[in-house]
Write a protein that binds this ligand. Structure first.
Ligand SMILES: Cc1cc2nc3c(=O)[nH]c(=O)nc-3n(C[C@H](O)[C@H](O)[C@H](O)COP(=O)(O)O)c2cc1C
Length: 255
């Protein structure tokens, strides 16, 4: 479970509570959203390393589980602090680091700097997880080779492609090239995804949230535009399930 905030005492209290139910407590020092940084939280802490230190010390002290830190490269090109912050984190007892190779200023644009991940890896003893722009198995291999990192974190590359984790494992462990995902498996996974959304968020929100996921899942498939437009009008569970079934039936008669 991840927490963000900039008041060391409160972050410590939060860690105490959530570490009872979480396996790992992760501190967010990467979020670039204006509503988060304007309160001094998320990536804003990259401009105040002493406060970042106090927060990490409090969280580590109060957590009954390992604490990790998610960070960006720095605030902007004038404030590249990843290596310094990583050393402070190690000093505070943080168990592992996740480094996104972009500054706050960059948000999600441009190309992630994997060089900074390599520098962090070389600067600390604790495990370093590389993050940013891993979209396929080859990217995963390159990230490991170029940075020497210990693990990978994948964000946008998993949207519409939750198979990426299996594909990367198969590629790295068995040298298997990723296979095309069958229509049947896609259908089953989308169905399960929707059922989980329903369970978690109820029909109103699920039928709306599934819209963006459908767009990612069916990108490049036949009649994707028509399907996207149809799903965007869906308001009930039954309607969605019907449209999904019909769409996949006319792809390959697999349902
Ligand atoms: C929609 C969205 C939501 C995100 N939410 C979080 C979050 O809650 N906590 C976090 O540490 N990072 C969050 N991130 C950032 C990702 O963890 C990751 O650092 C970033 O997307 C770069 O990795 P990628 O190129 O694999 O997407 C989010 C990213 C996206 C696109």
């Amino acid at each position: 479970m991840q927490i963000f905030g900039s008041e060391p005492q409160i972050m410590g209290q939060a860690a105490k509570v959530i570490s009872e139910i979480a396996d790992i407590v992760d501190i967010n020092m990467g979020c670039p959203a204006p509503k988060v940084v304007k309160n001094g939280d998320g990536s804003r802490l990259l401009l105040d390393l002493e406060l970042a230190r106090e927060i990490m010390a409090q969280v580590v002290q109060n957590s009954t589980k390992p604490v990790t830190l998610k960070m960006r490269k720095g605030w902007d090109s004038e404030h590249i602090v990843a290596v310094e912050l990583a050393k402070i984190a190690e000093d505070c007892g943080i168990s592992a680091l996740i480094v996104h190779g972009r500054t706050r200023d960059e948000f999600y644009s441009g190309v992630a700097d994997w060089g900074i991940i390599k520098q962090v890896k070389e600067g600390v003893q604790i495990p370093v997880i590389g993050n940013g722009d891993i979209k396929c198995v080859e990217d995963a291999k390159q990230m490991l080779e170029q940075t020497g990192c210990d693990g990978l974190m994948i964000g946008r590359g998993a949207l519409g492609n939750p198979w990426i984790f299996r594909q990367i494992n198969d590629y790295l462990q068995k040298g298997e090239e990723p296979k095309e995902i069958s229509e049947r498996e896609k259908f089953q996974v989308i169905k399960e995804h929707f059922e989980l959304l329903l369970e978690e968020k109820g029909e109103y929100t699920a039928t709306r949230e599934i819209r963006k996921h459908i767009a990612w899942y069916i990108k490049g498939m036949k009649n994707a535009t028509v399907m996207r437009e149809a799903v965007n009008r869906v308001e009930s569970k039954e309607e969605f399930e019907k449209i999904l079934k019909e769409y996949f039936e006319c792809q390959e008669n697999i349902v």
